[in-house]
Design a protein around this ligand. Structure first.
Ligand code: FAD
Length: 305
């Protein structure tokens, strides 16, 4: 119930105004978000990569409503990728891209062309792009764009959300040689007709998907903070004789940082998803929805101001 309410609030302009102007909100947000500028993002990336972690950078912004806004996002990614290369970070940090930020809701063709430009900039910087998966209404369009892009950029990463009833089928289609696939539970509100509503069902689906990906020939990117799922991932790696460089764990910046380090220290690859930018509201609200403790932290911080 609380999760659904927070996810609905993540799309509400009224709640957005209240949250964005809450006292001390910026310090609270900084726990999950690297900052607002490219310099902030680079500083966090340098710190994490120095600790033997990999990074994927997300420029905050979604639901772009004009071509001009989409253009600004593409230009921002291009600048970010150039700066990553200048700092010699291309081999340790990639970018995550939301297609709605580059115009998907306006025109699929525009989003494809813009995503292609980001992929070209990533290639010049010696790195890769992963297409975030968003609201369930965008899934088929995102997969179409992914397949088009992979024609020229086979290393573009896909994301599958295990809460989708069709998740296992999507994973089976994507478990081919060279295919980078991030598996996550799913962070958006979705109706029962397309997604499992029960947490246990979502977790069981995650395990089924993980089995498909780990047995397959692609490169699984297991995005979860869930200790049980991380343990099962480790067991599947042993079962399928996977070397640590043939898959990776992924976690969000600010969530279970000790676990990120523990896995890296035991020789696994761990990538941290680092979001930054001024459009933090939707991302922040989805993090609150995931964990009541995050909400309590937010309310305590605001109350103490
Ligand atoms: P949860 O069910 O949230 O948590 C499971 C367990 O993990 C908890 O019970 C607890 O034991 C532990 N845990 C979780 N948080 C904490 C904490 N703060 N401290 C201590 N323990 C904790 N979603 C999308 O829809 N599209 C995407 O493209 C996408 N990309 C993502 C990329 C990455 C790298 C990650 C990590 C997540 C991404 N997500 C994405 C979000 C994802 O779908 C989930 O909403 C989010 O990861 C929470 O799910 P979880 O697997 O961590 O499990």
């Amino acid at each position: 119930m609380l999760r659904q309410a927070l996810l609905v609030a993540s799309r509400s302009g009224g709640v957005r105004k209240i949250v964005e102007t809450a006292p001390g909100i910026r310090q609270v947000v900084r726990r999950f978000i690297a900052g607002e500028t490219i310099d902030d993002a680079l500083a966090v990336t340098q710190r994490l990569t120095a600790e033997n972690l990999l990074v994927t950078l997300d420029v905050l912004g979604e639901d772009t409503s004009s071509e001009r806004m989409a253009e600004q996002i593409v230009e921002h990614y291009t600048e970010l990728l150039k700066r990553l290369a200048d700092h010699g970070l291309g081999s340790r940090a990639e970018v995550s891209l939301k297609l709605t930020a580059v115009g998907q809701a306006l025109d699929e063709r525009l989003a494809l062309d813009n995503a292609r430009r980001v992929c070209t900039a990533a290639r010049s910087a010696g790195t890769t792009v992963t297409l975030d998966m968003e609201d369930h209404t965008t899934v088929e369009s995102t997969l179409r764009i992914l397949h088009e892009l992979r024609g020229d950029f086979p290393d573009v990463g896909a994301v599958i959300q295990s809460y989708l009833r069709r998740a296992e089928e999507y994973c089976a289609d994507l478990a081919y040689e060279g295919s980078r696939v991030r598996l996550c539970k799913g962070a958006y509100a979705a109706p029962e007709s397309v997604a499992f509503g029960d947490e246990d069902e979502v977790d069981k689906s995650y395990v089924r998907c993980m089995k498909v990906l780990m047995a397959g020939r692609g490169y699984p990117m297991l995005a979860t903070h869930d200790p049980r799922l991380i343990e099962i991932a480790g067991a599947l790696a042993v079962l399928h004789d996977r070397d640590p460089d043939t898959f990776e764990y992924q976690m969000l910046y600010g969530i279970r940082p000790q676990e990120q380090r523990r896995l890296a220290e035991q020789g696994d690859q761990v990538r941290v998803y680092v979001a930054y930018g001024s459009e933090w509201y939707g991302y922040f609200m989805r993090r609150l929805a995931e964990r009541p403790a995050n909400l309590a932290f937010f309310l305590r911080s605001v109350a103490s101001k």
